[in-house]
Design a protein. Structure first.
Length: 118
């Protein structure tokens, strides 16, 4: 139902754009959030976007990351600039999706690895 993509290896200071595609039987996509989990650490919220495109960010990524959505494509993006080694993690998207009017459920994507290293 959710497919995260766009991860990879990038040097410090570089950029990546992650995508989270919702597919299948979809009536509406609500709020979408990106989380990340580094080895041995808990999964933390990175950024979120509401159905009306209101956004919020973790303090550690403010000014560097931008979350956006294309409702026509059922896709949410996370543009990551000025990447640092501490951004290295598996990034997961989470979305609230209605498969029928009024029937909402939460879904997780499979995760995409982001490695920031020289």
């Amino acid at each position: 139902q959710l497919q995260a993509s766009g991860g990879g290896l990038v040097q410090p200071g570089g950029s990546l754009r992650l995508s989270c595609l919702a597919s299948g039987s979809i009536f509406s996509v609500g709020a979408v959030r990106w989380y990340r989990q580094a080895p041995g650490k808990q999964r933390d919220l990175v950024a979120g976007i509401s159905s009306r495109s209101n956004t919020n960010y973790a303090d550690s990524v403010k000014g560097r990351f931008t979350i956006s959505r294309d409702n026509a494509k059922n896709t949410v993006y996370l543009q990551m600039n000025s990447l640092k080694a501490e951004d290295t993690a598996v990034y997961y998207c989470n979305a609230v999706i209605a498969t029928r009017p009024g029937i909402w459920s939460g879904y997780w994507g499979q995760g995409t690895q982001v490695t920031v290293s020289s």
